[in-house]
Design a protein around this ligand. Structure first.
Ligand SMILES: Nc1ncnc2c1ncn2[C@@H]1O[C@H](COP(=O)(O)OP(=O)(O)OP(=O)(O)O)[C@@H](O)[C@H]1O
Ligand SMILES: [Mg+2]
Length: 359
């Protein structure tokens, strides 16, 4: 549905050159809810504005549904843009028009009768749950309600793609949830492809099926939500995930000695991660019984990402050396990632004794 090939965008301001996008390649499939996340200045807004050519790329090509829109003339582009809706952080509603007129605005000059426009607008307001606010003015609405109006307005031309630039950043958690639910519903019912720009991994985790992470004008990592959350590769992705999964915060606290240890026993602290089927299996109690190791769970979470359970545990094992090693190896042989965070005799009790991959 959306294809970016070698897209570059360079801004020139005050004799300075800013490479806002640096050779970005991106493929977004029909029906995706695709998240783009990155810190301020990473180039997210520039990227999304290059998808509907509100910004013209300095070089590279943009395709929407197999049409190269970077090769269209102004008139063709204006028409094509109607197939791409967009919503913004600050809603961009017209304050002098009521809700109905804001939503009806894009339908102007489309040859629709008054009744057709009325039917369409009321239907759109119903989708976003605001039918009773048709005659209200933007100043009479909450932030969440304003964003619903802007969603209804963006849907007026039956777009194939909806671009959302920080659409929930100005909203409280409750309104954020309700806007995300609306986006999820319209993605489902209209098979609309949605691109969401955000700096909140929580938003990505809640509704996206895929995500790209941007840094300094480049996409540094991308993939399905389950892959990215269960096996992040770059530091920036790990940092974003740590903010939502909490597990790494616990690891940090452990490193700062904020947990009680077993002073007179050998112990080894591990971070155990698993995906899907594995979560339903009783691995911890099995190794505890079979290898006679004590397992103390310091932290645990199982998140459902796109319906797939992704688990993270911080477990402190204690017992006889060899048995702890064998227990850890047993977990790894069963495709569970075990990372040794800390042990009480690092040299003797190190990872090399435990074969297999470390996550
Ligand atoms: N019109 C412009 N003229 C000059 N530089 C610009 C312009 N627009 C963006 N930039 C620069 O391009 C870079 C990327 O900006 P962009 O707005 O795409 O970042 P962003 O990831 O959306 O950040 P934020 O999270 O703060 O919205 C920044 O260094 C910014 O200063
Ligand atoms: Mg931005």
């Amino acid at each position: 549905m959306i294809l970016l090939e070698h897209v570059k965008k360079t801004y020139l301001s005050n004799n300075n050159t800013v490479n806002a996008l640096n050779d970005v390649n991106l493929k977004i499939n029909k029906g995706d809810i695709f998240g783009i996340i990155g810190y301020s200045g990473a180039g997210k807004s520039t990227l999304i504005r290059c998808i509907n050519l509100l910004e013209t790329p300095t070089s590279g090509k943009v395709f929407i549904n197999c049409t190269e829109i970077t090769s269209l003339n102004e008139k063709q582009l204006r028409k094509y843009r109607q197939r791409i809706g967009m919503i913004f952080q600050h809603f961009n509603l017209m304050s002098s028009r009521n809700v109905f007129k804001n939503v009806a605005y894009p339908l102007k000059g489309k040859g629709l009768s008054k009744t057709q426009i009325e039917e369409k607008v009321l239907h759109l307001l119903e989708i976003v749950g605001l039918k009773d606010k048709a005659t209200a003015y933007p100043s009479e609405l909450s932030g969440g309600q304003k964003q619903r109006v802007s969603i209804a307005r963006a849907l007026a031309n039956d777009p194939e793609v909806l671009l959302c630039d920080e659409a929930t950043s100005a909203l409280d958690p409750e309104n954020t949830k309700s806007i995300l639910n609306i986006l999820k519903e319209i993605n489902n019912s209209l098979n609309l492809t949605i691109v969401i720009i955000t700096h909140q991994m929580e938003v990505v985790k809640d509704i996206c099926n895929k995500v790209a992470i941007m840094e300094n004008g480049e996409i540094v990592e991308e993939g399905s939500i389950v892959d990215i959350f269960s096996n992040p590769k770059t530091k920036i992705t790990k940092d974003f995930i740590a903010n939502t999964m909490h597990c790494d915060n616990v690891v940090q606290m452990l490193k700062e000695n904020k947990f009680i240890k077993y002073p007179n026993k050998k112990y080894i602290t591990t971070k155990i991660s698993f995906i899907g089927q594995t979560t339903g299996q009783a691995f911890i109690s099995r190794i505890s019984m079979e290898y006679k190791v004590f397992a103390s769970i310091l932290f645990g979470s199982i998140e459902y990402l796109q319906g797939v359970p992704v688990g993270n545990l911080i477990v402190q094992f204690s017992g006889i050396d060899d048995k702890v090693f064998r227990a850890i190896n047993y977990l790894r042989e069963n495709n569970i990632n075990v990372e040794v965070i800390e042990d009480d005799e690092t040299d003797e009790f190190n990872n090399s004794k435990c074969s297999g991959t470390i996550s």
